[in-house]
Write a protein that binds this ligand. Structure first.
Ligand code: CP
Length: 327
């Protein structure tokens, strides 16, 4: 088990070894048990985490805020439109100042080809850990909660088939950071990962190359298909979720002809019949109900979405406890 995490940036799980991720999971399970038992876990007494949001959030904001309170610290919620960032203050200056005031800076910035660069720039100058609350490329807090949920539900993940499946949605042009994080992470746990999407919704080539290398090193497999049924067939876990065509079309327009031609990419009870009997349905949420998924599935017995969302709290606490505290 790794024991030295204090000050480590949490921008992508790809920069954390499997041993380090295993420790994050062990701490998450421990914190979950203590939360259930009503035990105090004031590991970060009097510590401050700044939560900078360029976009909206329900789970990430509240799991981080409730989490730091339960750890004995405090969060400052920062809507970046109310900061001097809106007058052009650069990430270097913001990071230097906030890191002199507190103990971690967490940030959500999903602007395409800008978000991850923004976090990297802050990490260059910050004295305290930078925690990625989702950028254009990665959502490591979500990936960690997903991994925890699959371990809870399935036990050993080796050679389990998990399918990351594109789904139709119209709410907003969603980032690729959730499927990209899952595609990189799950093969490291020896899972058989299928990435299914219609033409035009590709992930970046470098991510696919890395996912294949992770599968090779981790003992899993990584397969791409444009056949939705192939992804559902025999799956132990399905994660049907929308993402935008950012790689092939960086426009932020939400609905276009390409999107409208794939309305049938929906998770239905009929599709779930193709999967294994005990297959679980996961979604990072928010879900675009009746576009991405039928109510009968997301509210049905195979759905674990609320356990998955709850695990955002326990994993967020583990990330903060280890990177802000510890040794
Ligand atoms: N899954 C997730 O990150 O949810 P929010 O956008 O509500 O934070």
């Amino acid at each position: 088990m790794q024991t030295a995490f204090r000050g480590k940036h949490f921008i992508t799980l790809q920069e954390w070894t499997k041993e380090e991720i295993d420790t994050l999971l062990e701490v998450s399970f421990d914190l979950k048990k203590k939360f259930a038992m009503g035990q105090r876990t004031r590991y970060l007494e009097d510590q401050t985490v700044f939560l900078m949001f360029f976009e909206q959030s329900t789970r990430t904001r509240n799991s981080m805020e409730a989490g730091i309170t339960q750890l004995g610290g405090h969060a400052h919620y920062l809507d970046t439109s109310t900061m001097q960032i809106s007058h052009g203050e650069v990430p270097k200056d913001t990071a230097i100042i906030l890191s002199r005031y507190g103990h971690a800076i967490a940030c959500r910035n999903c602007f395409w080809e800008q978000g991850n660069k923004y976090l990297r720039e802050m990490a260059k100058w910050s004295r305290v850990p930078i925690i990625n609350m989702q950028c254009d490329l990665y959502h490591p807090l979500q990936g960690l909660a997903d991994l925890m949920t699959m371990q809870e539900k399935l036990g050993n993940l080796e050679r389990k088939k998990v399918s990351i499946i594109w789904a139709y949605a119209t709410t907003h042009k969603k980032p690729i950071s959730v499927p990209l994080t899952q595609a990189l992470l799950f093969p490291r746990y020896a899972m058989d990962v299928t990435l299914a999407y219609p033409e035009g919704y590709d992930l970046p080539d470098w991510a696919i190359t890395q996912a294949r290398a992770n599968a090779e090193a981790g003992g899993g497999t990584f397969t791409i298909t444009h056949d939705m049924d192939e992804a559902y067939r025999g799956a132990d876990v399905v994660i049907p979720k929308n993402w935008g065509s950012w790689v092939t079309n960086p426009s932020s327009q939400v609905v276009d002809d390409l999107l409208q031609s794939y309305k049938h990419w929906k998770c239905t009870e009929e599709k779930m019949q193709l999967a294994n009997k005990n297959c679980i349905y996961m979604h990072a949420l928010p879900a675009d109900r009746n576009n991405e998924v039928e109510d009968a599935v997301i509210d049905g017995p195979q759905s674990v979405v609320f356990d998955e969302a709850e695990n955002r709290l326990h994993t967020a606490k583990a990330v903060m406890a280890l990177t802000m505290g510890g040794r």
